[in-house]
Design a protein around this ligand. Structure first.
Ligand code: O7E
Length: 213
């Protein structure tokens, strides 16, 4: 995994032109651009390849199906140019392993979601997160997703996943602090609206980068 700026841009915009403009303007400030359902549904899967020609893409389809379907989804999105994929761990070891195998075949990265950053994640995901992180590490993922909104959970996940990468969303609009998340053990921050909805996205990214440094 690339860890230069330690910043991943969440490109949750609905216009292809806006997406390409933001990716071009911010490519030197971020290690990856995370592209998910909003942009892929609005602009089509080809947007993954288009953005990948500007900066490495992590495709965030939060894959959560039976092993065979997971394999097909991973193959399709990795084939479209993504450098990495994101899968849910809660679906189980066989389903997550299918994503790891597909990523290995394609030379891509795979990250597992073990606990999410929003309040509702405390209902069901929170209590299972430690088990999910352990299982994800056993499956051989490259990294896990842990919430910047709960830095203490990042520390806990770090104690479970060892050297594997922790990428962390929830900074800014969701209330998490970049420095607290990094201090707790995050390797990289995933940031969307604080940058994409800013009147000056580059300046907002720079402010976050200063805090990261
Ligand atoms: O709040 P923002 O605008 O900074 O955007 C955060 C991004 O991270 C957005 O794309 C959202 O879908 C994603 N995200 C979370 O906010 N919380 C999570 O727990 C997990 C993710 C996520 O990206 O998961 C896969 C890495």
């Amino acid at each position: 995994m690339i860890l230069n700026s330690r910043l991943i841009l969440a490109l949750d915009v609905l216009s292809r032109d806006r997406a390409l403009h933001l990716a071009t303007a911010l490519k030197d400030r971020v290690d990856y651009v995370k592209v998910g359902y909003p942009l892929i549904l609005a602009a089509g899967l080809d947007i993954v390849g288009e953005i990948a020609r500007i900066a490495p893409v992590i495709a965030d389809l939060k894959i959560a199906d039976i092993p065979n379907t997971n394999t097909l989804i991973c193959e399709e999105v990795l084939d479209s140019g993504a450098a990495g994929i994101i899968a849910h761990a809660f679906v189980g070891r066989d389903s997550l392993s299918a994503c790891v195998e597909a990523a290995r075949e394609a030379g891509g990265l795979v990250f597992a979601v073990t606990e999410m950053s929003h309040p509702g994640a405390e209902e069901l995901m929170g209590p299972a997160a430690e088990r999910l992180a352990r299982m994800a590490a056993d499956c051989g993922v490259d990294g896990v997703v842990a919430p910047a909104t709960r830095p203490e959970r990042i520390s806990l996940v770090r104690s479970i996943v060892g050297e594997r990468a922790i990428i962390s969303p929830g900074v800014g609009v969701q209330g998490g602090s970049p420095s607290a998340a990094l201090k707790a053990g995050a390797d990289s921050l995933i940031v969307g609206r604080s940058i994409t909805e800013s009147p000056n996205p580059a300046a907002s990214a720079d402010a976050i980068l200063r805090e990261i440094r």
